[in-house]
Design a protein around this ligand. Structure first.
Ligand SMILES: C[S@@+](CC[C@H](N)C(=O)[O-])C[C@H]1O[C@@H](n2cnc3c(N)ncnc32)[C@H](O)[C@@H]1O
Length: 235
């Protein structure tokens, strides 16, 4: 059995665990307030972007340094369930921000007996993400590597069975290629913002959708578009 999914009434270990649920509730609330302000400040750039063919996210990008820009609860749960159902033991994230998606993935790692490794280049955000994982009771099963993911993930040990791409969009392909040699057969790759960064992510979508390539992929209309791929190549 890849993981023990039995729950005892008191010590629930999934998303219904009291510390996990409470921390996620607070963080989603905090994120919606802060990000609403950030996007309000970015409004003139967003409007100007409409005339130059830039998406809302692309136009707002210079304002987003301290924003949460988290996954939705729906998508967080979906990734949690996917990681859990595969029994993913080595779960990796590119772009952790304040740790909302990290909590969903670390909660899965706790249940599979695995480990979650997040990455965040903003040191203040990385520190808060670690605090949030701690508040959720998930420190033992998780870490956030501070700095550029291309450097911090280079020494990561494989096999990696689950990767979530959510950092800056021009780095999706480099981060993916960095980790490919470490992928377990059937590794899962999720990537966010496929629709909101349509132009920037076109090379990435072409790469993971290439029918003669190494992935089987579908694009889901969750939030601002999510790609879901399975690595088919055997090393
Ligand atoms: C969309 S936010 C991530 C949101 C997070 N996954 C969540 O759902 O809560 C993107 C984050 O990626 C981080 N980032 C961007 N480029 C990075 C890089 N090269 N290495 C590590 N983190 C990076 C940004 O600082 C930002 O906090």
């Amino acid at each position: 059995m890849p993981f023990d999914c039995r729950q005892t009434g008191q010590a629930r270990s999934g998303l219904n665990n009291a510390d996990v649920a409470q921390t996620l509730k607070q963080l989603h609330h905090q994120a919606s307030g802060r990000d609403a302000l950030v996007f309000a400040r970015a409004l003139p750039a967003i409007i100007a972007g409409k005339f130059t063919g830039r998406s809302t996210f692309e136009a707002a990008e210079p304002y987003l340094a301290k924003a949460f820009i988290p996954v939705s609860e729906e998508f967080g749960r979906f990734m949690y369930l996917t990681a859990l159902s595969r029994g993913s033991k080595n779960i990796v994230e590119f772009g952790s921000s304040y740790g909302i998606s990290s909590i969903y993935l670390a909660a899965a790692a706790r249940e599979t007996g695995g480990f979650f490794t997040g990455t965040e280049k903003d040191s203040a955000k990385a520190a808060v993400a670690l605090e949030n994982l701690d508040a959720a009771g998930l420190s033992r099963w998780s870490d956030i590597r501070e700095g550029d993911a291309l450097e911090s993930l280079a020494p990561l040990e494989g096999p990696v069975d689950f990767l979530f791409l959510d950092g800056w969009k021009d780095l999706y392909i480099p981060v993916l290629k960095l980790l490919e040699p470490k992928f377990a057969p059937g590794a899962i790759v999720f990537a966010d913002n496929i629709h909101s960064f349509r132009k920037t992510l076109k090379p990435f979508v072409d790469y993971i959708s290439d029918t003669s390539g190494d992935y089987e992929t579908t694009i889901l209309d969750i939030g601002s578009g999510v790609s879901f791929s399975v690595w088919r190549k055997a090393h």
